[in-house]
Design a protein around this ligand. Structure first.
Ligand SMILES: [Fe+2]
Ligand SMILES: [Fe+2]
Length: 436
């Protein structure tokens, strides 16, 4: 299937066709710093459920407020335009999502999405980003594309879930079937609703591998959501393994955002409380604390087992590396031994050859009698033997590893015979001419 066919099908999905008008108005007023808060209050008042939520938020510890008032104007003053926008948008999108007809288990979906939203917000807070609400919203809806794809193509998407259970990547399976993926679909949808660019651009890359780069204020939220996705403990696909976490990339994003290991530990510590508060405020059922605890335990156990597997693989890799280093050192030692021995052998050979030459000279001068050519033949044999010894030493020095050594068939016998032929003295050249 081509990507444009997928998007054409999404365009026909009635429930996604338009955003409620009140949300567009809230967004418009909240984005406009010069707009009076009274105007924003009038827009909010058009939507009764939204009004209730804004007042509840102003009285809620989640927003760090304790207004004790039921007046929407006071609530908006207390919360500020950014928070009002975030509340309006999140409730409106939750409403849309809950009405999407999909086979995805919504409790699982929300657990993952709320966790990513809270982590994104905590990261934004930790790095001092002003747009904390934007990070939260982007995290909350980063996987909306999964629901949409599943709703539009239930039969095809069932194959994606099946493949994911066998350990294949969700993104790869989606690309194979739809020539697109849930990140692109989610981003397309948020653009369709004319939401500010920060949202589609945060969602489109949330599974991408990130390069090490200079900090760029405009690209913070996409990386925040990407990192939050890697830290989250609850996943859409319960079979996701520790090996899929791409720890290297997690480190790169941390570096890009200027986060230390200590910052990450602080964030991970605060996630659970924020998660429970947000789920309660958004009125989303994520399961009882006992269910959550038991799931967390199961996941810890699974991670522990996977970690053990990784450690044992690492250990065998270390053993292999140690063996390689041991072999390298052994060859180095062997070279030193050969070099030392060759020094002594060469000295001995030079001495033998020198003596042989003296005898040869004495024979030639007639100082020594060579009856029956015995001396001459012996000198030739000595020269021949010495040349063989020096040739063997030269060949031994050339042996760097066993891989560079020639073998007979597959045995371990060195093929030195052939190599030594070139060192053999020429009998015609070396042989001392016979005296007449
Ligand atoms: Fe996700
Ligand atoms: Fe995702």
């Amino acid at each position: 299937m081509e990507e444009k066919q997928v998007f054409a099908r999404i365009d026909r999905l009635e429930i996604l066709a338009t955003m409620p008008e009140v949300i567009s108005e809230v967004m418009r007023f909240a984005e406009d710093d010069s707009a009076p808060l009274d105007a924003l209050a009038n827009v909010v008042l058009k939507d009764a459920p939204l009004t209730v939520r804004i007042i509840a938020a102003a009285n809620s510890s989640l927003y760090g407020r304790n207004l004790r008032s039921s007046n929407v104007r006071d609530a908006i003053m207390t919360l500020g335009a950014r928070s009002v926008k975030s509340i309006a948008l999140s409730h409106s999108l939750i409403d849309v999502i809950n009405r999407i007809d999909s086979q995805v288990h919504l409790k699982t979906y929300w657990k993952h999405s709320i966790e990513v939203a809270i982590i994104s917000e905590l990261i934004a807070k930790k790095i001092g980003l002003r747009e904390r609400e934007e990070a939260y919203i982007a995290g909350l809806f980063h996987d909306i594309g999964v629901l949409v794809l599943d709703s539009c193509f239930p039969r095809e998407y069932a194959h994606v879930w099946k493949g994911a259970q066998h350990g294949d990547s969700l993104i790869k399976l989606e690309e194979m079937l739809f020539s697109t993926n849930h990140c692109k679909v989610g981003s397309y949808l948020l653009s369709l609703w004319n939401l500010p660019e920060v949202y589609p651009s945060a969602i489109i890359n949330h599974h991408d591998t990130v390069d090490l780069k200079e900090p760029d204020q405009n690209r913070m939220i996409p990386q925040i959501v990407n990192l939050a996705e890697r830290i989250a403990r609850y996943h859409l696909d319960s079979t996701q393994s520790l090996k899929d976490f791409e720890f290297d990339n997690r480190k790169i994003i941390m570096k890009n955002l200027g986060l230390s290991q200590k910052d990450m530990a602080d964030i991970e510590f605060d996630v659970m409380q924020g998660f429970l508060d947000a789920a309660s405020f958004l009125e989303i059922d994520v399961g009882s604390p006992t269910e959550l605890l038991s799931e967390a335990n199961m996941r810890m156990f699974k991670m522990y087992r996977e970690l053990e597997d990784i450690l044992s693989t690492l250990k065998s890799d270390t053993n292999y590396t140690e063996q390689m280093e041991y072999d390298r050192l052994a060859v180095e030692v062997l070279h030193t031994v050969v070099a030392t021995f060759s020094h002594y052998f060469n000295n001995a050979c030079a001495s033998i050859l020198g003596r042989a030459q003296l005898i040869e000279m004495a024979v030639n001068k007639g100082e020594l009698k060579d009856h029956n050519n015995v001396l001459n033949n012996s000198l030739f044999a000595i020269q021949n033997g010495v040349t063989s010894i020096t040739g063997t030493i030269a060949e031994l020095k050339r042996v760097k590893t066993f891989k560079t050594t020639l073998y007979h068939d597959k045995t371990l016998i060195l093929d030195l015979e052939d190599a030594l032929k070139k060192y053999k003295p020429d009998p015609q050249k070396s042989k001392t001419p016979q005296k007449a």
